[in-house]
Design a binder for this molecule. Structure first.
Ligand SMILES: *Cc1c(COP(=O)(O)O)cnc(C)c1O
Length: 401
């Protein structure tokens, strides 16, 4: 568990639920383990996927740990403007390419059609990357990315060659390839399988085009053990397995390896803290809390599991309940048929592993206001890094009152 009961109790004296709580020490430790696993690769760099946890206080921690940022929109570019940026967008408007170029970002093109669009709008930079979408599965399949060949992202293999030739004609001189073929994968062979795919492609690009790819971006997709029975990934073993592929398949090429991890770095570092408001017994037993799917969408959207504990209660989990929010929407459930200790109104629940794709996927359905974000610093002090949304915030964009 990332937080002790005492730590949470102290934070609860300062701030009202619902809020997200993040642990700085955990974030730093996970980045260091990642860098250690790939320390053998000279140019290794992590570009943190900003969409996972787009808070400047967290981005600053990651910047201090040597990370760049992976952005996909204009506002994400603005959030990350003092970091080195990889701009991995899709269906991109012209002004975002212009903004990315002004910030000196590496632009990662999602489609062959974007080559000429970029040339006509922001111009072709010296360094350019293309996003490759393999036609067949890499590593194990997963529900979030969907089937190979069904993805809206990236280019076919033959299109990568066409794009590189065209980009070279238009003035690009340094090239990279990006590929994200899984999400939340707990398969230790996912990155090694991706390495085989990308290393072979890099060799073929050199043989056919004479272009020596400078970097290969493995993107995100490393998973975390959301369920108590899940086995965590072995990062050191993954780094070593990728290294073996690197040393045997690249035929003299020496590309840097980049990653764009979001979930792996910050998922376990965050929890949604919420208070039990009401109990209800109709056909089932319900525990109603003061957070809703508007705060954490993953269970409603993906049927995702998030482990839940009751702060300060170690009693046996012998009550089967649904943990629900207050939306007029029946998928507004953080857990279904979950065994918890007996709870009562006022008890505080921790919804674990919510640091990634948690706050950032929130929304305002039913006029629900968003909770805040609190960072537990490495010095043990908690501070609010985003205040809760107010009704004034909610009404601020209306032009007719
Ligand atoms: C979402 C995303 C990531 C981060 O994914 P995680 O599963 O959080 O590691 C990285 N790169 C791209 C292009 C993405 O869309």
């Amino acid at each position: 568990m990332t937080f002790t009961d005492q730590q949470v109790a102290d934070v609860l004296c300062q701030y009202q639920t619902p809020f997200y709580l993040y642990d700085e020490a955990t974030i730093r430790q996970r980045v260091r383990e990642l860098k250690q696993a790939f320390a053998w690769n000279e140019g290794f760099r992590e570009y943190f996927a900003v969409k996972a946890l787009p808070n400047p206080a967290v981005l600053e921690i990651l910047r201090q740990e040597g990370c760049g940022a992976d952005c996909a929109s204009g506002t994400e570019l603005t959030l990350a403007q003092n970091m080195d940026i990889m701009f991995t967008s899709n269906n991109t408007p012209a002004e975002e390419f212009v903004q990315a170029r002004e910030l000196g970002a590496i632009i990662n093109l999602d489609s062959l059609e974007m080559v000429d669009f970029l040339a006509q709008t922001a111009g072709i930079p010296e360094v350019i990357c293309c996003r490759y979408a393999p036609a067949t599965e890499v590593g194990s399949a997963n529900q979030i990315m969907g089937e190979a060949g069904q993805s809206k992202f990236g280019m076919r293999r033959d299109q990568v060659f066409t794009a590189f030739e065209r980009l070279r004609e238009l003035g690009a001189t340094r090239f990279g390839v990006h590929c994200m073929a899984a999400s939340n994968s707990l398969n230790n062979d996912y990155y090694p399988a991706l390495a085989r795919e990308l290393f072979d492609l890099a060799v073929e690009i050199r043989d056919r085009l004479g272009i020596e790819v400078e970097f290969l971006n493995f993107a995100g997709g490393l998973g975390i053990p959301y369920r108590p029975e899940d086995q965590p990934l072995d990062l050191a073993a993954i780094g070593a397995a990728v290294r073996r592929e690197y040393e045997t398949r690249l035929q003299g090429l020496k590309p840097a390896i980049f990653t764009e991890l979001g979930r792996y770095l910050v998922g376990p570092a965050g929890a949604l803290v919420t208070t039990v408001r009401h109990l209800k017994h109709s056909y089932k037993y319900y525990v109603g809390v003061d957070a809703s799917a508007t705060d954490l969408l993953r269970p409603a959207m993906y049927g995702a599991y998030h482990h839940i504990t009751v702060v300060g209660k170690d009693q046996p989990a012998d009550h089967p309940v649904d943990v629900v929010g207050s939306l007029c929407e029946n998928n507004d459930k953080f857990a279904i048929d979950r065994w918890l200790p007996e709870v009562e109104p006022g008890d505080v629940l921790l919804i674990h592993d919510a640091g990634a794709h948690g706050y950032s996927m929130g929304y305002n359905y039913n006029g629900k206001l968003r909770g805040g974000e609190v960072l537990l610093g490495a010095d043990g002090q908690a501070r609010m890094i985003r205040r809760p949304q107010s009704a004034e915030d909610y009404f601020a964009t209306l032009t007719v009152q």
